[in-house]
Ligand binder design. Structure first.
Ligand code: ATP
Ligand code: MG
Length: 274
């Protein structure tokens, strides 16, 4: 679990610090990240609006995740973070705007098609099967015959030795942190290009969260692009290349974590950010 953090921050970094933008015009992660003949961003969300019934909750969301980077989507309750992930993962169709994955327009694609495009979501609440063992949970990933069962287990236990020790334990009887490890292991088993994480830290002790984010940083260093949603910022800022603050259905600021710290603490998250 105590993986080192071999984050390489140079390649995707803009020449100048990204500006912290004010509210009105929704901004995206700085285009400067793509200066050095870079590939298209892994994820590009442009002007996305989305509604539950007649109530619009996303009012034109712009967001970019450059290849191999970690972007944190932060903000208080009800801002629209989970809804944004639902649009990206094909669970909701935007009423306007578009979503591109590796330069491909994927609006309205089914979750199935998205999975094949390498988009993997770990939802709020983890999404593991409590009445199945660790091993059975991992085996479920291979049902489509896309991954080799033994290999999936081997990789999962290598990354999370704790899961190896608990391979025959029912997932529902494990600690919250262990369940989150299992959720991550399941997500990573499909070899995603883009990992979407919703509230990885929910209900977990700070030390556990730190350990999970070390894994996230390690996975990003292996080349996976990651969009991670959190309400409270502190730990994720340590591994994020960029952070975006979402409020009332729009992105109100984007920048490098250091540029946003003050804004996060003061304006939105208050003492909870510590
Ligand atoms: N299934 C739903 N039906 C109707 N409204 C919904 C539904 N899910 C979310 N909403 C509303 O959409 C808005 C955005 O919710 P969303 O869950 O995306 O926010 P969030 O930023 O993820 O919040 P949290 O930090 O509490 O998880 C909220 O006002 C919420 O009440
Ligand atoms: Mg949410």
């Amino acid at each position: 679990m105590a993986a080192a953090r071999p984050r390489k921050r140079t390649a995707a970094q803009p020449a100048e610090p990204a500006p912290v933008e004010p509210v009105e015009a929704p901004v995206v992660a700085p285009s400067a990240v793509t200066t050095e003949a870079a590939p298209p961003p892994l994820l590009e969300v442009r002007g996305v609006r989305a509604a539950y019934g007649r109530i619009e909750v996303l009012h034109g969301v712009d967001l970019v995740v450059p290849q191999g980077s970690v972007v944190a989507l932060l903000g208080p309750n009800g801002g629209g973070k989970t809804t944004t992930l639902k649009v990206i993962s094909g669970q909701m169709t935007p009423t306007s705007g578009c979503v591109h994955v590796s330069g491909r327009h994927i609006n309205g694609a089914t979750p199935d098609v998205l999975a094949r495009a390498g988009v993997c979501t770990i939802p709020e609440g983890r999404g593991v099967f409590p009445n199945l063992t660790v091993r059975e949970n991992l085996r479920m990933v291979t049902f489509a015959g896309t991954a080799d069962q033994a290999r999936v287990e081997e990789v999962a236990y290598m990354r999370f030795p704790r899961l190896g020790e608990r391979r025959n334990q029912l997932a529902g009887t494990m600690s919250g942190g262990e369940q989150q490890m299992l959720a991550l292991a399941r997500g990573l088993a499909v070899d995603p290009a883009l990992l979407l994480l919703d509230e990885l830290s929910m209900g977990l002790a700070p030390l556990i969260v730190e350990g999970l984010y070390e894994i996230v940083a390690q996975v990003a260093a292996e080349g996976v692009s990651i969009l991670v949603v959190e309400q409270f910022a502190r730990t994720v800022l340590g591994v994020a290349d960029y952070a975006a603050i979402m409020l009332h259905g729009t992105i109100v600021s984007v920048g490098q974590p250091a540029d946003l710290e003050e804004e996060l603490s003061a304006a939105y998250l208050g003492a909870a950010a510590h």
